[in-house]
Design a protein around this ligand. Structure first.
Ligand code: ARG
Ligand code: ZN
Length: 876
């Protein structure tokens, strides 16, 4: 028998049709069983269309249907593609049906599945149809009542959205009944059942209502949940203080599960989290992990308004809730943790993965026009570029008008499923702003390139600033119209003072919205412009600063992004200027200006300095971000120049780093923003010392100091830095540290993921062998997404050097893993496939090898829709 090749069809945004029916009340009864869960579903429907002949079509996938009744009478139904059709139904009626599912077999982790002993659900975007038959679309909002009957072997915790109405035991089985007072789309439904430790607390809202808070974590891990609980309370307080938004239910529940495809999910009143974004304590998690827990807890909580109370009309509008919620979580982290650090992280996401996506065949507008598999569109473009767009609106209208418009939007559309267009119209009206040209940010894919230049007009004492913009064509659009963007500006004089010319508004930005524009400012001759402060628009800026001007800005500018960017620009120029020599593996010159700037920073560091900012400035940027500064990628030359740059900085400043190391001590091994800065800088010093010693033929000394660092601290941030340096620099202490880490943590999956990640990210070919070996490590589990992301995922997404090794072994290994994952978990498979799509930016040899692999992926039997969409798009 020859298997029919799968092909899938794309949906178009403009094909949206309002539903013929809506669901009003949904009453679900789950009789849980590992392999044979019975779902009884009683839903009342109402016809919305005037076409009285229109049949009811319900979505359902991989379900076994026992019976269907309409108004109590067994009904005939027809199997249609991914669902059933029931014809001749009245205008209002009740459907009762029963279906069976198998949670244990569900390795896709969409729908109801068993994760490490826990039943849990993931319904966004279209997982509810894998639980029961329904109108599984975001514009059908219904009230839910959910009865959960625990499995025969018993189970302590049975949760769903909303309020607990009843609980007890029936026929020796525990049961619980939940009712959610807010109508919601099916994608926000959740069910969790299992055995947990519970961290309980309360939050008193601004109108003095008491909300019960419950955080469910693995048995025995109570303490690791405390920071997440604190973060819940901080999020609730912040949403009230900054936007006046008060929580709307009597209880709020968060559950940590071990097997999860994404970060977390904002199900109404019952957020479900990947345990990596919940479980932290200083001995098992890094400072970054603490910071991320706070931010993701915030993100999901903030969805309660931006996403749950006001939801999406259809999935093309995804960015409506995600961009606004990312903007909100970034502001939260800025206010409660550190603004500069939060901004710099966000900018790195844009300039790394987002620019890469814009330059790839999967480039798409923030509001996409065509989608085959929605799971492929939870992207850095939809989320992070979307958040930059919201930030630009915030810049344009200012905080107070933004706050008013946000509240108007939430009031006007409360309980509705709306579009990005609704949002924009509401903001235009409320803030009194015209966003017509600004809308191009939602309709045009691709990164705008902005070129700046300036001259001095002696006669008029004017600095004349000229800006041009150009956006490369993307597959979907050949012609690009100019974008409307705020460019934040300031001016520095030769003494490093800020000068504010009369022509610059007090907000400090200009509007740039044509292909070419000129601006005049009355200024002295040796004053020059600081352009794109705070990265006020998500563009690639090309400005002809001299090295002296970059050094001057680095010393005197008061904007965190500009400071760090000056160092980054010096690094970029070094790599670009030396690329040819690097390609020939020649001898590169010293990065003298960068070293001079770094030396003056290092000479003046003390306990009073902004250590977080200094650390960000001193970092040598990743190879991945460097790659995004090139159109065509010569990976070997970039790696060679990157390493030379880092080594030269390290060797020239080794005395300064030795001086710094150990000088600024964290006050304790607990997490705090201040200590995070101290540890970060100290760990950077360690890294640079180790790099320098290796280059100076003193590898034994490097090993010694790294080994002592590992053993001298109980804090995971420190331990992980030492382990990374030991493994990546191949130091003598490597195997001892790995052994000790394995002994301490192999039973602790989240922590042990680091053991895999560190070895998969060695920046050379040996990482491929490491990954091959670790695939058969006793605790590797291809069904656990975190483990897959820590091993194959790390090779694919965090190790461009090994992945692109000229042997082609990286590609072969990755595609072999993707083939296996295609059946197990298509979402995860499609995610780690991403870097291969950009093969056309590489040299011909590598292009050929990737092409072969992509072609064989296309031949795979039962090719999933996720992979089909990405690979076929790349091959077009
Ligand atoms: N809405 C979730 C969040 O960002 C993410 C859900 C991801 N789902 C997916 N199918 N990729 O908070
Ligand atoms: Zn989200």
């Amino acid at each position: 028998m020859t298997e029919k090749r799968n092909t899938y069809k794309a949906q178009k945004r403009t094909d949206y049709k309002a539903p013929n029916f809506t669901a009003v009340d949904i009453d679900l009864t789950f009789t849980l069983d590992d392999t044979h869960t019975i779902v009884k579903n009683v839903t009342t429907f109402k016809r919305l269309t005037s076409d009285t002949k229109a049949p009811l079509v319900l979505n359902g996938e991989d379900l076994k249907l026992n019976y269907v009744k309409v108004d109590g009478i067994e009904a005939k139904y027809k199997d249609v593609k991914n669902g059933i059709e029931i014809s001749s139904v009245p205008d209002e009626f009740t459907v009762e049906l029963e279906n069976v599912i198998n949670p244990s077999e569900n390795s896709s982790l969409m729908g109801l599945y068993k994760s490490n002993g826990t039943f849990c659900t993931q319904c966004e975007p279209e997982g509810f149809r894998r639980i029961t038959y329904s109108l599984d679309r975001s514009d059908v909002l219904a009230k839910y009542r959910v009865t959960i009957i625990g499995p025969e072997y018993g189970c302590g915790v049975l949760l769903s959205n909303g309020n607990l109405i009843e609980r007890g035991t029936r026929k020796n089985r525990p049961y619980a009944v939940w009712e959610d007072p807010f109508p919601k789309p099916s994608y926000l439904f959740a069910l969790v059942a299992g055995t947990f430790d519970i961290v309980s607390d309360t939050f008193t809202t601004m109108s003095r209502r008491k909300v019960a808070l419950e955080l469910y974590v693995d048995r025995g891990s109570y303490d690791r949940g405390l920071w997440a609980m604190q973060s819940i309370k901080d999020s609730m307080k912040w949403d009230e203080d900054r936007w006046g938004l008060e929580f709307d239910l009597d209880n709020f529940k968060v559950v940590a599960v071990d097997f999860f495809n994404f970060g977390a999910m904002e199900n109404k009143g019952l957020n479900v989290f990947n345990s990596v974004y919940v479980m932290v304590d200083p001995t098992c998690a890094t400072d970054t992990a603490f910071y991320n827990v706070q931010s993701v807890i915030g993100h999901e909580y903030f969805h309660n308004y931006t996403g749950d109370r006001v939801t999406l009309r259809d999935w093309f509008q995804l960015s409506l809730k995600e961009s606004l919620t990312v903007f909100r979580d970034q502001e939260f982290s800025s206010d409660v943790a550190n603004r500069a650090l939060t901004r710099l992280h966000a900018i790195n996401v844009i300039r790394g993965p987002q620019f890469a996506e814009d330059a790839s065949p999967m480039a798409h507008p923030v509001r996409p026009e065509e989608v085959m598999e929605m799971n492929n569109f939870y992207t850095v473009t939809i989320y992070d570029k979307g958040a930059e767009i919201i930030r630009m609106i915030h810049t344009l209208i200012g905080e107070s008008r933004f706050k008013k418009a946000l509240n108007d939007y939430l009031r006007k559309f409360d309980g509705q499923a709306v579009t990005i267009e609704d949002f924009l119209c509401c903001f235009e009206e409320s803030a009194g702003v015209d966003l017509s040209q600004f809308r191009r940010w939602y309709t045009q894919a691709g990164t705008p390139h902005v070129k700046a230049s300036w001259t001095y007009d002696e006669a008029n004492k004017n600095l004349v600033l000229k800006l041009t913009q150009h956006t490369n064509p993307t597959r979907d659009q050949k012609e690009k119209e100019p974008f409307y963007m705020p460019i934040r500006l300031s001016f520095l004089d030769k003494d490093g003072h800020d000068v504010h010319p009369a022509e610059l508004s007090s907000d400090g930005f200009i509007i740039f919205n044509e292909n070419e524009q000129e601006y005049r400012f009355t200024l002295d001759k040796d004053t020059f412009p600081v352009i794109l402060r705070d990265f006020s628009a998500p563009v690639k800026l090309d400005a002809p600063y001299t090295m002296e001007q970059l050094q001057h800005m680095l010393s005197f500018c008061d904007d965190a992004f500009i400071k760090v960017d000056c160092a980054t620009t010096m690094q970029n120029r070094y790599v670009h200027d030396n690329l040819e020599i690097a390609a020939a593996e020649g001898v590169l010159r010293e990065p003298a200006e960068l070293i001079a700037s770094y030396k003056s920073i290092l000479d003046s560091v003390d306990a009073q300095s902004d250590l977080i900012l200094i650390n960000e400035t001193l970092k040598i940027q990743s190879i991945a971000n460097l790659m995004e500064t090139f159109d065509k990628i010569n990976i070997d030359a970039i790696k060679y120049a990157h390493d030379a740059l880092e080594t030269k900085v390290a060797v020239s400043l080794v005395n300064e780093f030795v001086q710094l190391y150990g000088k600024i001590k964290a006050s304790s091994s607990n997490y705090s923003v201040t200590d995070m800065g101290r540890r970060a800088l100290n760990n950077l010093a360690l890294h640079m010392i180790a790099v320098a010693k290796c280059a100076m033929d003193k590898k034994t000394e490097a090993s010694e100091i790294v080994f002592n660092h590992y053993n001298g601290s109980k804090n995971m941030t420190d331990k992980l830095q030492a382990m990374t340096d030991a493994v990546h620099l191949d130091l003598d202490c490597k195997s001892e540290i790995l052994k000790s880490f394995e002994k301490d943590w192999s039973k602790d999956a989240l922590v042990f993921d680091n053991f895999f990640r560190v070895q998969a990210t060695v920046p050379n070919k040996s990482a491929i062998d490491n990954v091959k070996k670790l695939l058969s490590h006793p605790s590797f589990d291809g069904r656990n997404p975190n483990r897959v992301r820590a091993l194959t995922g790390a090779l694919a997404l965090s190790n461009p050097v090994a992945l692109n090794d000229i042997s082609g072994e990286g590609y072969d290994l990755l595609c072999k893993q993707i083939t296996e994952l295609n059946d197990i978990n298509p979402s995860v498979a499609a995610r780690i496939l991403t870097p291969l799509l950009s093969f056309r930016r590489l040299d011909e040899k590598r292009q050929g090898m990737i092409l072969n692999n992509l072609n064989s992926l296309m031949q795979m039997p039962k090719l999933s829709r996720s992979i089909y969409e990405k690979v076929s798009t790349a091959l077009k």
